[in-house]
Design a protein around this ligand. Structure first.
Ligand code: EPS
Length: 388
């Protein structure tokens, strides 16, 4: 499975093409819309999310509620485009026309300057439009399809917030994936700890008031992945490495941890590694899950627990110093509409990014173009490793 996205933030639409989804997987637009709507929420979002109501138009690959095995294309229209037709339209402009909303003062922390230099865009709007986190809507579409596939195989994925601006939410580690999904969905900051949630919202309000932005830590929790997916035999087959790369590809993400992550550096081995147990009912399992569901580049059969660090969004109402590329004079960076905190939304994005990588790994491990055959192969494999 693979996918590509296309689309500018204020262009006509976002497009996703997903290749390699097996045939005969039941798939409804509502399942994708639910994910898109979840991505739009969260305390701290800006005005753009009031303009958009992200809804999918499935334009290929699905017929009568089932996938065909052919490429699936998803379209999300940008309602805001109607305000940007003259700025973002594809037609050449008349010779004497003035180009509006050009950007010559790159925002520190965004792709503006590096992208401008690389692609020769002296109007850095051409960079901003594609590097904007609006593109994550297209990626969530792909992840929503992956989530449907995983769910049919008994694999569930939940994404939520662990930390915003240094305020850490307590997590009851005994919560299962359904409880994590349900409780985080009820919280405006997608977290389990009401006291921390209150403080997080106060921090978001303060950042907004000050024209600033704040970041945080998202976590994704997965139950039901069979053991042994991925591989130890070659560096580029290690599934935790692929997941880390995918998480790092999310806009504004700067770090990834599995299980106790960096804390492992501070503990003795006896306090890190997860002891192996076996019983009739569960088969093999671990006393703890410090390694977050991975050993040797492969799943251990324990829940996957992965964290991603999101830096504060670099689009600030209180802009930092920059240089105007036309005059080379120091200036304040461009002010663009933005979110003061997008960590809750990013946790939904991360959930879908992780889901896609896992679905991809499963379809590589059990290649089949026909979903019922894939499902049988996964079931047989589960029975086999249980008896190992
Ligand atoms: C976003 C859409 C964008 C931003 C935000 C995320 O829309 P606009 O630029 O029209 O406000 O709200 O992206 C950024 C702030 C960024 O720096 O990339 C979305 O759909 O999530």
């Amino acid at each position: 499975m693979r996918y590509l996205t296309a689309g500018e933030s204020h262009g006509k639409q976002l497009t996703t093409i997903i290749e390699g989804v097996p045939s005969h997987l039941p798939l409804l637009p509502e399942q994708i819309n639910e994910s898109l709507i979840r991505r739009q929420g969260g305390y701290g979002r800006g005005r753009r999310m009031q303009i958009e109501k992200d809804l999918v138009d499935i334009t290929s690959g699905v017929r009568h509620g089932y996938t065909l095995g052919s490429p699936i294309s998803l379209v999300v229209h940008n309602d805001d485009f109607k305000h940007w037709v003259n700025i973002m339209g594809e037609e050449p402009l008349p010779e004497d026309a003035e180009v509006k909303r050009t950007i010559s003062r790159p925002r520190p922390g965004h792709a503006d300057l590096n992208g401008g230099m690389k692609y020769g865009h002296r109007d850095m709007r051409n960079v901003l439009e594609r590097s904007s986190a609006r593109e994550t809507a297209a990626r969530v579409g792909a992840g929503a399809v992956a989530k449907v596939l995983l769910k049919e195989l008994g694999i569930e994925v939940a994404g939520y917030v662990r930390e915003i601006a240094g305020i850490v939410s307590k997590v009851d580690e005994t919560l299962d994936v359904h409880e994590r999904a349900r409780i985080s969905e009820e919280s405006p900051v997608r977290t389990f700890d009401e006291e921390a949630a209150q403080k997080m919202m106060e921090a978001i309000d303060l950042a907004k008031k000050e024209g600033d932005s704040i970041g945080g830590v998202c976590e994704v929790y997965v139950e039901g992945m069979p053991a042994g997916i991925g591989s130890y035999v070659q560096y580029d087959r290690k599934l935790d490495a692929k997941l880390a790369g995918a998480v790092m590809s999310i806009n504004a993400f700067k770090g990834v941890e599995f299980g106790i992550g960096f804390e492992a550096a501070r503990r003795n081995g006896s306090q890190v590694h997860d002891e192996i147990l076996w019983d009739e009912e569960k088969g093999y399992y671990r006393r703890t899950n410090n390694l977050g569901g991975f050993e040797g580049g492969m799943t251990s059969g324990m829940p996957i627990v992965v964290k991603g660090v999101m830096k504060p969004i670099p689009t600030l109402y209180k802009p930092l110093q920059s240089v105007d590329i036309e005059t080379k004079e120091p200036f304040q960076a461009s002010i663009e509409r933005s979110d003061s905190c997008a960590v809750p939304a990013a946790s939904v994005v991360m959930e879908h990014i992780v889901a896609f990588e896992l679905a991809k790994a499963i379809t590589e491990e059990f290649p089949s173009d026909y979903f019922p055959r894939l499902k049988k192969a996964v079931d047989d494999y589960r029975a086999e490793v249980r008896e190992f």
